[in-house]
Design a protein around this ligand. Structure first.
Ligand code: F6R
Length: 251
């Protein structure tokens, strides 16, 4: 396994570095499936990719990590809308190849199973872009999520609801439930690029990289994955006690 941590000056540098990884896979013909996080952390990766005007995006499948339960179609805060706006349109991905869990399904459990099957049918994710929540979540796998978890309906923690209120008119409008890929689902990707910026992420980053590898910090599961690149700004890296420039493995 390989887990590499890099501290870069700012969002722009992080975006460029993350885009280098994705573009490298695309140009080498190894990017059949891209896994995307929404939220603010990876936006500059998508922007940097779009600015490169790369060929071949129309053949790439895109899978989102998660979706809120119960938002109406077309809601700007729904991850279906965010992925359409921030990833599909700027990159020129075929709309038929974009997959987001169906948070409006009558049978949510069946929608979760269907999403797992769609991931398998697509051949698995080649590069998964991740953010991390202040709770240590990846996707919406909040603390306590088993490392064996698959795509399922979850409850968001009050902290996550508060943190994501900025994308809604008020905290009351943030759905309390979501569908998320599980930790075991996310783990299957061939490569992962996790991005964290700002002081608010520093403790979660420390717990993920230097704390116990346990469901208390879902992102600590990264240390069991095959090939992980963690991109941090100085504020997000500020509580790390080991040299972040070197590889940090599970042991
Ligand atoms: C979003 C997702 C979440 C976010 C995390 C960080 O699809 O899976 O895990 O990546 O909540 O969000 P930002 O980047 O907005 O701080």
């Amino acid at each position: 396994m390989r887990l590499q941590v890099e501290v870069l000056a700012d969002a722009r540098e992080i975006g460029r570095r993350g885009a280098d990884v994705v573009a490298g896979e695309l140009l080498a013909g190894r990017l059949r499936v891209l896994g995307v996080a929404t939220g603010s952390s990876p936006l500059q990766v998508y922007e940097s990719l779009a600015a490169r005007d790369l060929p071949g995006w129309d053949g790439v499948e895109v899978f989102a990590l998660d979706e809120y339960v119960g938002l109406p179609a077309g809601d700007r805060a729904s991850y279906a809308d965010v992925v359409d706006r921030e990833v599909r349109a700027p990159l020129g991905v075929d709309p038929a190849r974009v997959h987001v869990p169906d948070g409006r399904a009558d049978d949510l459990d069946a929608a979760c199973d269907a999403y797992e099957q769609a991931l398998v049918a697509a051949g698995g994710v080649d590069v998964q872009v991740l953010g991390i929540g202040a709770t240590g979540h990846i996707g919406f796998n909040e603390p306590g999520s088993p490392f064996s978890s698959r795509t399922r309906v979850v409850e968001l923690t009050p902290r996550t609801v508060a943190d994501n209120a900025r994308f809604f008119a008020s905290a009351d409008d943030v759905p309390r439930r979501a569908i998320t890929q599980g930790i075991a689902t996310i783990a299957r990707a061939r490569r992962h690029v996790l991005i964290a910026r700002g002081e608010g992420k520093a403790e979660a980053v420390r717990a993920a990289l230097e704390g116990e590898v346990a469901p208390d910090c879902p992102a600590s599961a990264l240390r069991t994955f095959e090939d992980v690149l963690v991109l941090l700004d100085p504020a997000a890296a500020s509580l790390l006690t080991r040299s972040p420039a070197r590889a940090v493995g599970a042991g």
